[in-house]
Design a protein around this ligand. Structure first.
Ligand code: FAD
Length: 483
């Protein structure tokens, strides 16, 4: 331990890397002394791209929704030519009553869709127009009570939309349980639109109008994208964290595992690491913990036991990502979309399948296709009891019902990646917990939390929040330097 750092960023997932990059950029004129410490021997955290000679696949996130901040970040680190975007017109499917049915992507398509009955469509339309019963339910009877995702959507759009569209979407984003997820936390934007008044349709129109007003002119340096488009990079998602880490250069430390943090009397912190060179100590003015909540919880035990116990309360259910390759001839349907999701109660255990080599062509050799499947999640945590072979057998059996010919030969198994703690669940009480954590952090100036259990789990959310926290840290350090 020699000099005092300005900022220690712990974790080199997309949150930590974005934060460090934004800080480095903000402090261009008088560079800050930044260190990024990552416990693994690689950067990216959940982002896990794997490539062999013939195949390229993802074992964590598969694509991103192109937010301006994410696109800007990628351009900043030299990836302008590496973007790939899936054709936004490719249909998404829901498996319902033994068939794959396209998800309606517009109000007009909704009326023509065979995914909802006429009664279901009428109920959704009436609700969207604002004829919505008041919120009721067990969770609402106490102060600060809130609705589950299931209660919220049933009230606004009816049971059918909830079961056949929202529930599979919840599986796709959170691998979550709509009976446990908080509408205000997990669907914050939609809940805000509903609060605008007059139902979801009027709310959506008002917020679109407001967004248009507040929109900055487009940046000519970032590619133009359209709603519904999904992006990646030619070499897979891992291209982005690798490029950011290269830009961070000497500030990066791999295989540095943070074991303890303690405050000093000089308004700094000492962080202790286990590293391949033995234990290391670092003194720093600020720390940004971008690690999962359960990791932060351990680190907070000595700092603030109350905050530690709240952090430990965020649930990360297990999910297996099962990447299988089949000959093109094995499919019984036209593999022409993004993929399919499967509502619970259809007799299929797999939550959904991304048709990866259709989404981003060129990732499988001629004559082959890759299906990336997710199984487990908050409604099926028992998945951890199956070994890889049994998980593959289950997914293959499910695929033979949804997509493949009944007698399709067993697949070429590219990966079975069991995430024992996958995606944080924004369950009832989530926002209240975050408020309590923020209150606790007031007595630890210079300590920041920035990870996917705050403000959204999508990669774009992580980039947005990483940028915001970097600005907060920069402002605070600039003030203290001026003082
Ligand atoms: C299976 C799966 C599929 C997903 N699919 C999508 C998708 O298609 N699109 C999308 O937008 N999002 C998706 N997500 C969500 C998205 O990937 C995550 O929300 C995001 O990657 C989280 O990034 P992060 O940096 O906040 O956390 P992480 O990626 O978890 O990074 C935290 C880092 O901290 C490190 N760390 C932990 N403990 C320590 C310690 N003690 N010391 C030092 N370092 C430590 C970890 O090794 C890790 O690198 C998916 C997530 C999963 C798991």
């Amino acid at each position: 331990m020699t000099e005092v750092l300005d900022v220690l960023v712990v974790g080199a997932g997309i949150s930590g890397l974005t934060l460090a990059h934004a800080l480095k950029k903000a402090s261009n004129n008088s560079p800050l002394n930044i260190l990024v410490a990552e416990s693994q021997d690689r950067v990216g955290g959940n982002i896990t791209t794997v490539a062999t000679e013939d195949f390229l696949w993802e074992e964590g996130p598969n694509s991103f929704s192109p937010t301006p901040e994410l696109l800007k970040l990628a351009v900043d680190v030299g990836l302008k030519q590496d973007f790939i975007f899936a054709d936004r017109k490719l249909p998404r499917y829901v498996y319902w009553n033994g068939q794959l049915l396209p998800v309606p992507m517009s109000p007009q398509a909704m009326f023509q869709s065979s995914l909802l009955s006429d009664g279901g469509k009428l109920r959704a339309m009436v609700g969207a127009l604002g004829f919505v019963p008041p919120a009721m339910g067990a969770h609402l009877s106490h102060p600060g009570g809130e609705e589950t995702v299931s209660q919220f959507f049933k009230r606004h759009l009816g049971q059918e939309v909830m079961q056949r569209l929202v529930e599979p979407f919840v599986s796709g984003v959170y691998a979550g349980d709509p009976e446990q997820l908080s509408a205000a936390a997990a669907f914050a934007k939609v809940a805000r639109i509903a609060d605008t008044g007059g139902g979801l349709l009027a709310g959506a129109l008002i917020s679109a109008k407001n967004n248009r007003k507040s929109k900055l002119p487009p940046d000519p340096n970032i590619p133009k994208t359209r709603a519904g488009e999904l992006g990646s990079f030619r070499g897979g998602l891992q291209t982005l964290p690798k490029a950011i880490a290269t830009h961070l250069g000497e500030a990066m430390r791999l295989k540095w595992y943070l074991t303890n943090i303690r405050p000093t009397s000089n308004q700094t912190y000492i962080a202790e690491f286990s590293t391949p060179e033995g234990s290391q100590q670092v003194e720093t003015r600020t720390i940004a913990l971008t690690t999962p909540a359960y990791v932060c919880s351990e680190l907070f035990k000595n700092l603030q036991p109350d905050v530690a116990s709240i952090l430990n309360d965020f649930y990360y259910p297990p999910v297996a990502c099962v990447v299988l390759a089949y000959p093109v001839s094995a499919a019984k349907v036209k593999v022409d979309g993004f993929g399919n999701l499967i509502p619970r109660g259809q007799g299929i255990r797999t939550l959904g399948t991304i048709w990866s080599s259709t989404l981003f062509p060129g990732r499988a050799p001629q004559g082959w296709q890759i299906f990336t499947n997710f199984i487990g999640g908050a409604t099926d945590p028992e998945i951890v009891e199956l070994d890889s072979e049994k998980i593959v057998a289950q997914v293959h059996q499910d695929l033979c019902r949804t997509l493949l010919k009944e007698d399709a030969a067993p697949p070429k198994v590219l990966a079975v990646h069991l995430w024992s703690r996958a995606i944080p669940q924004y369950n009832l009480g989530h926002n209240y917990k975050l408020e309590q954590i923020n209150r606790g952090l007031k007595s630890l100036p210079g300590l920041y939390l920035c990870s996917n259990y705050i403000g959204g789990v999508a990669l774009g959310d992580c980039v947005g929040r990483g940028t915001e926290v970097a600005n907060e840290i920069f402002q605070s350090l600039s003030k203290s330097i001026h003082r």
